[in-house]
Design a protein around this ligand. Structure first.
Ligand code: AMP
Ligand code: ZN
Length: 140
């Protein structure tokens, strides 16, 4: 619920945060429990729980600033790279139900994340999945 949402409260200025960027539609601030120094969260000011519930223009506003903010995080922390990710749903580790992107600066060999396990499709399964996704994207 938006009324109890910690990120809505940060966006409204009711809860303090270390803000690094703000405009009409979004705000970026430092994660309180950083994976690496400068770990940043970028959120829309309006409350949406999931990325797939956000209007396209809201995602567009967020996406348009990712490069700018990630570049600044990388420069400030002298990082060689960064990860950007959006946990969506409990299964994916989402804890705060207000859509947000993480920006995490990376140094070579920092072992912050291990490479994820990669699988293989059984015969025909890749085409089947692609067909299902295409069908969903093409609408009802
Ligand atoms: P997740 O929902 O798992 O993608 O991550 C939520 C993130 O929000 C976590 O990394 C928390 O450390 C961070 N977080 C939660 N409360 C605050 C807060 N008040 N200020 C800054 N970051 C927060
Ligand atoms: Zn919210």
């Amino acid at each position: 619920m938006a009324g109890e949402c910690i990120f809505c409260k940060i966006a409204a200025g009711e809860v303090p945060a270390e803000k690094i960027y703000e405009d009409d539609s979004l705000i970026a601030f430092l994660d309180i429990s950083p994976i690496s120094p400068g770990h940043t969260l970028i959120i829309p000011k309006r409350h949406y729980s999931r990325l797939d519930e956000c209007p396209e223009e809201v995602i567009g506003d967020l996406a348009s600033k990712l490069g700018l903010i990630a570049g600044a995080v990388a420069q400030a922390g002298d990082y060689a790279g960064y990860n950007i990710f959006c946990n969506t749903g409990r299964a994916a580790g989402q804890v705060v139900d207000h859509v947000h992107f993480h920006i995490v600066g990376r140094h070579p060999g920092d072992k912050v994340f291990d490479r994820w396990p990669s699988g293989r499709y059984e015969e025909g399964r890749m085409e089947e999945m692609a067909g299902k996704i295409r069908k969903t994207l093409s609408g009802p």
